[in-house]
Design a protein around this ligand. Structure first.
Ligand SMILES: Cc1cc2nc3c(=O)[nH]c(=O)nc-3n(C[C@H](O)[C@H](O)[C@H](O)COP(=O)(O)O)c2cc1C
Ligand SMILES: Nc1ncnc2c1ncn2[C@@H]1O[C@H](COP(=O)(O)OP(=O)(O)O)[C@@H](O)[C@H]1O
Length: 309
């Protein structure tokens, strides 16, 4: 998949595209992309999605802070794992938000050579999202762009959407989220210094400062994880997200991971942590010995989960 970031007519009138933000590139997105690719093949054309670098709401509302499933780089990575030929990345601007639906379709046709556009069953575009699908079809006819309505995808009768996945993640339901995403949710961050207490407990923990502040932080609790080190190697581990109520009265939320079968200095390294399963909620223990005993049990629980996969 080639990423197109500037107006570029790949082959005039020979591009089948879908439009959306595609946060998560979940099963529903994958089904839509499957339809785009199939239509492109039937028509001897190329396939693409049109997406936005930042969430349009971030541009329209200055202080809006989205809670997203993917960073931009992750979204590009997951899209590139599909069979799409191109991903057209637009920088959503105030000017773009003023375009009517007709002007936007015309822009896609003229600047990118799009001749067939899949529009999500619930997707609306154009200034103030005033118009609907029948209007898009009419403008498409006038402009020579075939507009197709993408159907909702309900595997096993379940509704799949980015909002459903976001809710699952914020509730800590990482396994259910992974079944809709087709991959485990990932948090990436640089290892920073913590309170140096982990080593005293016998479980040193790499404290993470997240690379992307717009990503969802799953519910507080303990998770079984796989950790990718900068050299690409994978380690099993356990992650705690929370306020560490046994050792601290503060409300600061830390994200810290203990790696199994590892010793060494990780400060300054960037780790990717894949959340495989939720183990339990964070608890306040009456003393450190009880906390240590529980973390030891968490380790056994984590190993049972990760080694059975
Ligand atoms: C698997 C795991 C589970 C944890 N569970 C709890 C918990 O239930 N309650 C709590 O107060 N702290 C919990 N912690 C946090 C420890 O208190 C924390 O690792 C310790 O304070 C070390 O912090 P430091 O790296 O900043 O020194 C957990 C840590 C790990 C790695
Ligand atoms: N198995 C391990 N898992 C996580 N971090 C480890 C491990 N072994 C060594 N380390 C190192 O120890 C640090 C964590 O020790 P800790 O006492 O918890 O200090 P801090 O409070 O600064 O995180 C990590 O940042 C990393 O550099």
């Amino acid at each position: 998949m080639k990423i197109i970031e500037k107006p570029n007519i790949i082959s005039p009138g020979m591009l089948v595209a879908g439009i959306g933000f595609f946060d998560g590139v979940h099963l529903g997105h994958q089904a839509l992309i499957g339809n785009i690719v199939q239509t492109a093949r039937e028509r001897n054309m190329s396939s693409a999605v049109v997406t936005f670098r930042s969430h349009p709401r971030q541009v329209l509302h200055n202080n809006y802070c989205p809670h997203l499933i993917n960073s931009f780089e992750e979204r590009m990575q997951h899209l590139s794992e599909t069979e799409l030929d191109y991903c057209i990345v637009l920088d959503f601007t105030q000017d773009m938000s003023m375009l009517s639906a007709r002007q936007f379709i015309s822009f896609l046709a003229e600047d990118y050579g799009i001749s067939c556009l899949y529009v999500g069953y619930d997707h609306r575009f154009g200034h103030n999202r005033l118009e609907g699908f029948s209007d898009y079809v009419r403008y498409g006819k006038e402009l020579g762009v075939d507009i197709i309505r993408a159907q909702a995808y309900h595997p096993g009768g379940k509704h799949v959407s980015s909002s459903v996945v976001r809710t699952l993640l914020s509730q800590g339901k990482v396994e259910e989220a992974a079944s809709l995403l087709t991959y485990s949710y990932c948090l990436e961050g640089e290892v920073i210094e913590g309170h140096k207490l982990g080593r005293e407990l016998g479980f040193p923990t790499a404290n993470l400062r997240l690379t992307d502040n717009n990503k969802i932080i799953p519910a507080n609790g303990v998770y079984a994880v796989r950790v990718q080190l900068p050299n690409g190697s994978l380690k099993n581990g356990m992650l705690n997200i929370g306020t560490r109520p046994t050792v601290s009265n503060g409300s600061d939320r830390s994200i810290e991971v203990n790696l199994f079968d590892f010793s060494g200095n990780l400060y300054g390294c960037v780790l990717k942590v894949f959340l495989i399963a939720f183990l339990r909620e964070e608890e306040r223990f009456s003393n450190i010995e009880k906390l240590i005993a529980k973390i030891q049990k968490d380790k056994e629980h984590t190993l049972r989960i990760l080694l059975s996969q």
